[in-house]
Design a protein. Structure first.
Length: 151
């Protein structure tokens, strides 16, 4: 019976050794898994931090872009206003020039009326002069028109 007890004790010892070996292997596997999980947690934290930093940079870029768009709109409004002012100025110049030319033509026509009564030779000169004035006025109107068109 002692022999039997010794045999069972030896078998139990062998079995215990195998269990302890298996337990050691499992402990190593668990420690390795734990290290891998820790590394994964660290990588995830780094990725989260990187993502947050990128989010901040993207938000900053978006804010800058919106500010630039606002400035561009303001600049565009100022350019349009300046162009409109220039058009008004040119329009006034054109009106003044046409009015002066028409007044000149009217004065010449009155003069022609007087000349027609007095002498026909001077009358022909005045007609030619008035025609040159009309041609000059038409040229001025075209020039101003081109100037307005280039704005």
């Amino acid at each position: 019976m002692i022999e039997e007890t010794h045999r069972v004790a030896r078998e139990t010892k062998v079995h215990l050794g195998k269990v302890m070996t298996k337990l050691g292997q499992r402990t190593e596997q668990l420690a390795d898994s734990n290290r891998q999980l820790q590394q994964g947690v660290v990588r995830r934290k780094m990725m989260e931090d990187d993502f947050a930093e990128r989010g901040k940079r993207h938000q900053k870029s978006l804010d800058e872009s919106l500010e630039l768009q606002k400035r561009l709109r303001q600049l565009t409004h100022r350019v349009i206003a300046a162009q409109e002012d220039e058009r008004k100025k040119i329009s006034r110049e054109l009106q003044d020039e046409i009015a002066q030319t028409l007044l000149g033509i009217n004065v010449r026509l009155l003069s022609l009326k007087q000349e027609a009564r007095n002498n026909s030779k001077g009358f022909k000169k005045e007609i030619a002069s008035t025609q040159r004035l009309v041609a000059s006025s038409a040229k001025s109107v075209r020039q101003v028109g081109r100037k307005i068109g280039s704005l």
